[in-house]
Design a binder for this molecule. Structure first.
Ligand code: 13P
Ligand code: SF4
Length: 304
């Protein structure tokens, strides 16, 4: 406990020395969320990264999130405390595979979920997050959309748009393992609870849910909802803020296994080392960055 207190003091001291700001995703460890200057979903954190005056952004999330911050804020130093914090879904599409697929669908717009590499973003017309995917797709002139890499988010969009969606085959291992039987079992145990899911879950899971949200959308909804009990179908790190913001409300996770190891890679010591040693710097080659930035900027301009 004493060590933890000292580490936190040191982090705050280093933050001042480097003029740094700490951004943390809603799935990060509780102690990381608590020390962060801002927490949020992928969309909110991208917006924060752009607005920061700080010289250094320490990104407590996974690699593609830090990369997005580096794309949007090229004059700032972006640090990812643990290099192996990558998103497996982002590795499920490569730029060369996407180039090949684009040739098969010359009239389709390419929409890329931000859970993707900078190279893939550079090959895409526009990005989206789980918070704005339907709005992004509906904002396009094209009637046909090649949607990468998440097949479940693509399917969710397909159910909520008149456009033809051509899905990629990627998926999030953490969300995809949540099954219909998990939701049915949780509903039997807690019949009065509202069921809230993330759109990275399978269609059958979403169909049994009351509402579908990004992580920040879920947090906002729970704070406003008169319901007292919730079944949550997303990564368990969100529980920290759900409980902090809603004392007295009760949360049951659809799956005990909904833990993303990459989102737990950064602990308080890794954060301190990152600030002490200015590691690991995330940067994107300028030619890729400029193209990827176009896709991110187009997304950020879409009205919600
Ligand atoms: P959000 O943008 O909803 O926070 O989700 C990011 C993510 O990685 C979900 O698995
Ligand atoms: Fe990637 Fe899934 Fe982890 Fe999100 S929860 S970072 S999509 S593996």
């Amino acid at each position: 406990m004493q060590d933890m207190k000292k580490t936190i003091e040191r982090i705050n001291e280093l933050k001042g020395l480097h003029n740094a700001v700490i951004l943390a995703h809603n799935y990060e460890r509780g102690e990381i969320q608590d020390i962060a200057d801002f927490t949020g979903d992928s969309l909110g954190l991208s917006q924060q990264a752009m607005q920061q005056e700080a010289d250094v952004i320490v990104f407590c999330g996974v690699h593609f999130m830090a990369e997005s911050a580096a794309i949007l804020s090229p004059h700032k130093t972006v640090l990812l405390p643990e290099l192996y914090a990558g998103c497996p879904m982002a590795s499920m599409v490569t730029a060369s595979a996407l180039r090949k697929e684009k040739k098969k669908h010359p009239h389709a717009a390419v929409v890329c979920y931000v859970n993707s590499t900078a190279e893939v973003k550079a090959e895409s017309d526009i990005c989206c997050t789980s918070a704005n995917a339907v709005e992004v797709v509906n904002s396009l002139e094209e009637e046909e959309v090649l949607f990468v890499p998440d097949r479940n988010l693509a399917d969710y969009v397909a159910c909520n748009t008149s456009k033809r969606i051509i899905p990629w085959s990627g998926y999030c291992p953490t969300h995809n393992q949540i099954l219909v039987s998990d939701i049915i079992g949780a509903k039997e145990e807690h019949p009065g609870a509202e069921v809230l899911s993330h759109p990275e879950c399978r269609r059958e899971v979403l169909e049994l849910s009351d509402r579908v949200f990004s992580t920040t959308g879920m947090l906002d909804h729970v704070s406003r909802s008169p319901a007292e009990e919730f079944i949550i179908a997303t990564e368990k790190g969100i529980l920290h803020k759900l409980e902090q913001d809603n004392p007295g409300k009760r949360f049951y996770f659809a799956s005990e296994f909904a833990v993303c190891p990459e989102m737990k890679a950064i602990d308080i010591e890794a954060l301190m080392f990152s600030l002490e040693r200015r590691q690991h710097v995330i940067s994107v080659p300028e030619d890729i960055r400029v193209k990827a930035r176009r896709a991110l900027d187009r997304m950020l301009a879409v009205k919600r």
